[in-house]
Design a protein around this ligand. Sequence first.
Ligand code: FHN
Length: 603
Amino acid sequence: MQTIFSFRSATLIALLLLTSISANCQDHYNERAKWFIDARFGMFIHWGIYSGAEGIWKAEKLRNDNNYAEWIQYRNRIDKPEYLKLLDSFSWENIDPEKWVILAKESGMKYVVITAKHHDGFALWNSKASNYNVAEYTNPKRDILKELAVACKKHGLKLGFYYSHWLDWEHPYGWDHTKEVTGISSENYDRYWQEKVIPQMRELLTNYGPISMIWFDMWIDHSQTVVTKAQLLQLKKLIRELQPNCLVNSRLGLSVEEDSDVDIQELGDNQLGSQKKDFPWQSPATVAHSWGFNTLDSEYKSTTTLLHSLINNVSLNGNFILNIGPKANGNVPFEISQRMLEMGKWLKVNGESIYGCSAFDLPKDQHDWGKITCRKTQTGTNLYLHIFNYPLNNKLNLSGIITKPKRIYLLADKKKTPLSFTFDTVLTTINLPSTQPDPYVTVVVIEYSQKPEIFRGLVAKTRDGGYSFTSSNLFTPVKDLKIEAEQREGTIPSYVMIKENTEFNWKVYVDKPGQKTFDVSYSYQGITDKSHIVLKVANQIVIHKVSPTGKTVGEPLSNWVIDNFKSNRMGSLNFPAAGYYDIELQIVTEQNDEVKFQWLWMK
Ligand code: FHN
């Protein structure tokens, strides 16, 4: 054993001053989007002629590798007269947009966005700009958007329109992907723009009362396709003129980075948030895969998964818009409505932790039990701990907050019966009921009478009382560190390749003094015994010789032979008193003797 450093109290105080800060909930800067940030959860509706095909055309499923049912006309090369015949299967007497709005409301959603015109170019309203619209094919003439607008107003939900501006498979000069081969002149494309897009948008923004959002859908940058930036700006200007409070999403074709006047960053389809952002953003999601109803869809996400997705996004300042693809008779598939109603029941009890809530300043994946959201209250700040993985020992560890909680209770408990807890310096340990109160996600409320202050960069205590030190939760960042992402569902775990001597440093708070055991996981494919790993903690040192870890079979019988990652016992070290400790790890390697470092574990 060798003395490496000493923990002097002066250094500790200086460090504390540097690392503790007053935490904040999201301070949004876009007034127009205030309602959107409060709403957090919306309904997307994909419904149109394609709903009559249900993902099958003349006994053939969708061609190509994507089963988006609303693409059937393009994918299966259906001509317009035949495509229109699909309308014969619609039972107009049953179709009632108010039912969709009621479902949204009962599911806890605060806004509804419908495909006013999808890529097929067919308008769900009585458009004067194009007779390719629903009123022309119904008797008496229907205007689905008007009916939806009335229902949204009646039930107090915001209304938004999806409008496919870039793609239009009906207009001779609209964009469809075959034009990547045949080409189209910019003059002709502009004809489509001025003849159809602009007049139709004018109708949508004039005839349906307040429109809360226009959901555009171009998922590549304008520089890569036919549409020009000038056309996109013309469209945005029209929206600002006619409905100044209407939000515009980034799939207009302008990113929030390129144009700060774009209100919402729209992530990719079913792409959940992975980092905190201070501007409004949203994930569009489906319960299965397709957006329009596809009868061949079978892998429906569970209610728990959907709730986790919503909570994950809110914990990063984002929204979640979840899609229904009603059938040609207007019915919402049971697999979808059932899950949504279950979400609604959960939100009825736990909505306080979602609506108007935002991200908290602790790192997003700091705790292995779940996610945190935050709300400023009249008397301080509330944190909402969403338990995705209920701890077996019924103890919830919250690391990193140096402010003492005022009181703690379950959000579902109307009486707010206090949960007992201990608070030690930077660790709050909450005693949970021995039976998990909510089958989906239990929410614990922590009330603070002031803004909770956090200790930045601390490694959290896990559910089972250990600590996992990785390249993602370092106290001092290492320059040019390249973290290899996990592959094939984690078969190859995330790691960093260490080619030359590298030092890692973590900060931890140990609440119970005593011996702790350390294990290090790595893969080493070399043969020398020159590389070693040095652990230094509280004036003690342990040296571990790196030894080959060999190969393993990732998937039997598929030639999936991969480098093995192995946990190695380093030794046991003494923590003489409760307090903050630095954990230092040096990986000493020579050239051509790389070590793939995965984690250090302490318990
Ligand atoms: O091509 C469309 C698709 O049909 C669907 O409307 C989704 C919804 O986000 N947007 C496009 C693909 O990203």
